[in-house]
Design a protein around this ligand. Structure first.
Ligand SMILES: Nc1ncnc2c1ncn2[C@@H]1O[C@H](COP(=O)(O)OP(=O)(O)OP(=O)(O)O)[C@@H](O)[C@H]1O
Length: 119
């Protein structure tokens, strides 16, 4: 069924329209629209009014670097370091890759520690 196919894409980590991508998109869109010249347009102002709070609550709920305690550096790449970290709520250990690029403060790539053990 088409509906099932769509739901499958929402939960597929490799899909460009998975939930994480859609949350990134709406967050970026709301933030990019918060420019006075754009906000003078009624449709943009309405859009921000509708989604600003949602985006704030999504940011508070999503996994973020502050949810992890850094244990040690386990690798270095061309753009940054890979840290061994522990998720403070679940106690699960992950590898966290931090990229230092001009246009981003911190990008993290979480990989289950079990994958490290299998390498
Ligand atoms: N999931 C992981 N588990 C254990 N060690 C890891 C993991 N990911 C990366 N590392 C370690 O960190 C090192 C650097 O990894 P990274 O992915 O940053 O390399 P890179 O591809 O050269 O980096 P960049 O993407 O910045 O070019 C790896 O060589 C490895 O030793």
């Amino acid at each position: 069924m088409e509906q099932d196919e769509l739901l499958q894409q929402l939960v597929d980590p490799k899909s460009p329209i998975n939930i994480e991508s859609l949350l990134d998109t709406i967050t970026a869109l709301v933030n990019d629209c918060k420019i006075p010249v754009l906000m003078r347009m009624k449709s943009v102002d309405n859009f921000i009014s509708r989604y600003e709070r949602v985006v704030e609550s999504v940011a508070a709920l999503r996994m973020k670097a502050a949810d992890f305690r850094q244990l040690k550096v386990i690798g270095r790449g061309a753009f940054g370091e890979v840290h061994l970290v522990r998720h403070t709520k679940t106690n699960t250990v992950y590898a966290m890759k931090m990229l230092n690029k001009d246009d981003m403060v911190c990008v993290v790539d979480f990989l289950d520690f079990r994958l490290i053990l299998q390498c």
